[in-house]
Design a protein around this ligand. Structure first.
Ligand code: 5GP
Length: 189
């Protein structure tokens, strides 16, 4: 997605050879028209998959997921990082955080996914795939089917890409980074 790659090149900050900061348009302040365009791209890719729910993990996946859910006309479920006392029948597991370098719990109310659901999982970044694997656990525990994985920015040189492709999921990354070296991004596509 050219406009996304332009935004990354013009506004992104390369923190290291493995970490990119996109707080000015995706992770803190949000460029809403750009996020709407992301939703259009995800819709084009997954429109024949009979998607019934969009699922993400809070908080950075929420904006692109919300926009995509609006585009599909389906509900969006965001997996939570803290379990509220009001949660009645949670499914939960631990995730290893790429950015925080520690485990944290995630949970969701079981009733929001069922055997009838075809889920499109969406997230802001794909690195080693730990967030996706944890979400995959919860989605499967609810009995739902994962019909696609949509990632805004993937770093294809880390482990997550291979895991998702090898597992046979329909996968779409809007910007795919082959490598980051000496503060320069090389695009995979
Ligand atoms: P993974 O679980 O695939 O290892 O990492 C994905 C999660 O870590 C994403 O949900 C995102 O929040 C965070 N993340 C991974 N890589 C980056 C990065 O380069 N920059 C930022 N800002 N977040 C990242």
């Amino acid at each position: 997605m050219k406009s996304l790659k332009d935004a990354i090149e013009q506004k992104g900050l390369i923190i290291s050879d493995e970490v990119l900061k996109v707080d000015s348009f995706l992770n803190h302040q949000i460029d809403c028209p750009l996020v709407m365009e992301m939703a259009d791209e995800f819709y084009e890719h997954f429109k024949d998959k009979k998607i019934t729910k969009i699922v993400t993990i809070e908080s950075s996946g929420v904006a692109p997921s919300f926009a995509t859910a609006c585009r599909f006309g389906v509900p969006m479920v965001f997996i939570k990082k803290a379990q509220p006392s009001t949660m009645q029948d949670p499914v939960s597991c631990q995730v290893f955080s790429f950015t925080k370098n520690k485990y944290y719990p995630i949970c969701m109310e079981r009733q929001y996914l069922s055997e009838e659901d075809n889920v499109l999982f969406i997230d802001d970044f794909l690195a080693n795939g730990e967030a996706f694997k944890a979400a995959e656990n919860l989605i499967k525990e609810c009995g739902a089917n994962i019909s696609g994985v949509g990632i805004v920015i993937e770093k294809a040189f880390q482990k997550g890409h291979k895991y998702i492709v090898d597992a046979g999921y329909d996968f779409c990354a809007l910007a795919s980074i082959a490598s980051i070296k000496d503060k320069k991004i090389t695009w995979a596509k």
